[in-house]
Design a protein around this ligand. Structure first.
Ligand code: ACM
Length: 655
């Protein structure tokens, strides 16, 4: 055989590769052959699936430069199959055509996202790539999500993001099958939602210029001189903007959950309308968390109902979030009207020690009843169940425990829907890896990809009913230290991908975190196409440690991982770096040896440490020029450095 033909034969016989799906589907079977898109490819979809057909067509027209008409016939067929779970789908790709069946339009949509993940990454982008290989491996995917709530939260108050960014952010969420956008749209620093009845609300933030960059030093390794209470520039969403954003989200099967936070975190509202505050006077201390609270008097209640009426007109989704976090009660304790209200409502009987918390529960129930008249359901941060409120709150109220996993269990067992939002690992305004070059973070961390991916959605102590009440999980993007949309993107991605897989893929199927990191390293191309400033994830080295491994006491001898073994030559240098990812403790390293057929070939035996403050964690092993290389293994001597709760990966490069 001539060499070129030999090469072609080799290519033809390459095994079919599974696309790097994120999130991992429930079941994937590879088949023979490929489906090729060309100028004659058309999409067949009933009217009810026009939106899903358009999602595929718009992207592929742009990227592949093909006409892709949508009509009654075509080789890409979309169908609803009511026998499937509502968000579930079956995707079949064969050389002759593609069929996507979904339990509802949402299921078809997720099948469409999986189909696009079988094509070049440019399918998710805005730039033409007509020269890419517009073909897909034949396969069959059967899939449905584990959790109904697969969310991201974004703070648009502390720093305002323009409408175009929100639209892009929603596109990026949909590409990972995330379906809840919790929009933190009002806070002390700025009320960002136009309310026709109260036009002054959105003017407050405008009156205060942004104080960045004095607050956030340009050297991120310095502790930020960040102070609460600075109002971070103007900007708000008009009602027309919101309608456009809501319509875009609906096309992507994303429900927007707007958050109107009260009675705390409400400085902007009380500066605009002092009559709604507890005392009826403007707030005295301008700060993020303050004892200045919205009151429970008729003017305040009317304000909240009026605002919620306009919010419900704008946002058609089931949930409205009322915040309720970080509202210290000193002002309510000192205010005679508020105290009389507590007496009148008999709230000292509900809670002798925390009657003001009970009053917050009552206020929450009042507003939940108000939106309940229009079929809407209230949610709140964990504080709404603090004190003795679990018996007081309406059962339909859903809770986001951000302070304690134990309160997630208590709330779920008490009958409330629960979305996991605990600071660790779900606050994404933290570093994602332990590296001083990472952006300054409000919350320490690192809150890593691995911690998100391995999070236990169903902690011990849940009753069977409590387990059913776990709706899912969500990442939080507080924007105090994210003045630019690039910053938001960097903190959100790729950690949002880990949250997508955590909430979509069944626990037993996502046990292989290294496999996830490997898929994620390839998924990065799609994040590039989406135009995101994401953190790049290198493919895994294939070697790592965990508490279970350290406890096993086994000697750490491992075959040199494939990619390194292929590149290593006599005379080259092997670099072995230890990278702590999470845990209470670091790892002490005593030395690294390269063995060939069991005999030492090269070594570096300096003492190193990796952890929050790494010290010499990189090892260089010089392989003698004349060495004969046999079966290569690494022997690593390491210890748990004062405790075994340490996780990390070993990076191996050949120089
Ligand atoms: C919060 O972080 N205050 C919910």
């Amino acid at each position: 055989m001539r060499p070129l033909l030999a090469l072609l034969a080799l290519v033809a016989s390459l095994p079919a590769a599974e696309p790097a799906f994120i999130p991992l589907p429930a079941k994937v079977e590879l088949r023979d052959g490929r489906f090729r898109l060309d100028a004659s490819t058309a999409i067949a979809a009933p009217k009810a699936l026009a939106n899903e057909a358009d999602y595929i067509a718009t992207r592929l027209r742009r990227a592949a430069g093909l006409p892709l008409p949508v009509g009654a016939s075509g080789s890409i067929r979309l169908e609803v199959d009511a026998a499937l779970p509502a968000e579930g789908y079956v995707l079949e790709i064969a050389p002759a055509g593609v069929r996507i069946r979904g339990g509802s339009p949402a299921g078809v949509f997720y099948g469409a996202v999986t189909f696009l993940q079988c094509l070049p990454a440019e399918a998710f982008g805005t730039l033409p790539a007509p020269k890419a290989d517009w073909s897909a491996q034949a396969l069959r995917v059967e899939d449905a999500p584990t959790c109904s709530w697969r969310g991201l939260h974004l703070d648009s108050s502390r720093h305002f993001q323009p409408k175009a960014f929100i639209l892009k952010f929603l596109d990026a969420m949909a590409a990972q099958k995330l379906n809840r956008f919790h929009w933190h749209i009002v806070d002390s620093e700025g009320w960002r939602l136009e309310i026709k009845k109260y036009p002054k609300l959105v003017q407050v933030s405008e009156a205060f210029p942004a104080r960045y960059p004095e607050e956030v030093p340009t050297n991120p390794s310095l502790k930020p001189k960040y102070r609460y209470g600075h109002l971070h520039g103007g900007g708000y969403y008009t009602q027309a903007d919101v309608r456009e954003i809501v319509a875009h989200a609906a096309r992507l099967h994303i429900t927007i959950v707007p958050e109107i936070d009260f009675p705390g975190h409400s400085m902007a509202a009380m500066i605009a309308y002092p009559e709604i505050s507890t005392t009826g006077k403007p707030p005295t201390v301008v700060s993020n968390i303050t004892t200045d609270l919205i009151g429970v008097h008729p003017t305040a209640l009317k304000f909240l109902r009026d605002v919620l009426d306009e919010v419900m007109d704008l946002f058609p989704g089931q949930w409205i979030h009322f915040g309720g976090d970080e509202a210290p009660k000193q002002q309510w304790k000192a205010d005679p009207y508020t105290q009389r209200k507590i007496d009148e409502l008999g709230l000292r009987k509900v809670s002798k020690d925390h009657p003001e918390d009970a009053l917050q529960g009552w206020l929450f129930n009042e507003m939940a009843a108000h939106i309940g008249k229009r079929g809407r359901v209230a949610m709140g941060w964990e504080e709404i169940m603090h004190g003795d409120n679990l018996g007081l709150l309406r059962k339909d109220v859903a809770i986001m425990p951000w302070l304690s996993a134990a309160n997630a269990v208590r709330s779920a067992n008490a009958g409330h829907g629960v979305v996991h939002t605990t600071v660790s690992p779900f606050y994404l305004d933290s570093r994602q890896v332990d590296d001083p070059r990472e952006p300054a973070a409000l919350y320490g961390g690192p809150h890593t990809l691995e911690a998100l991916h391995r999070f236990n959605l169903f902690p011990q102590g849940l009753t069977p009913e409590g387990r059913r009440n776990i709706l899912g999980a969500q990442g939080q993007l507080w924007s105090e230290l994210m003045p630019r949309t690039d910053d938001v993107e960097y903190q959100a991605f790729p950690r949002a991908c880990a949250i997508a897989e955590l909430t979509w893929t069944a626990p037993e199927l996502r046990a292989d975190t290294a496999g996830f990191i490997d898929r994620l390293s390839r998924h990065g191309e799609r994040l590039n196409a989406l135009g995101l400033n994401h953190r790049r994830v290198p493919p895994p080295a294939g070697l790592g440690w965990s508490p279970a491994f350290l406890a096993s006491g086994k000697p750490w001898v491992s075959a040199l991982p494939g990619a390194a073994a292929e590149r290593v030559r006599p005379g080259s240098t092997l670099r072995v770096g230890f990278r702590y990812t999470m845990g209470e403790h670091g790892l002490g390293i005593e030395g690294v040896e390269l063995l060939s057929d069991g005999k030492p070939l090269a070594s570096d035996t300096h003492v190193g440490f990796t952890g929050t403050y790494p010290n010499n964690p990189d090892y260089r092993l010089a392989i003698p020029a004349g060495a004969k290389l046999g079966r290569l293994e690494l022997r690593i001597r390491a210890n748990g450095a004062g405790g075994g709760d340490s996780h990390g990966v070993v990076e191996i490069t050949v120089e």
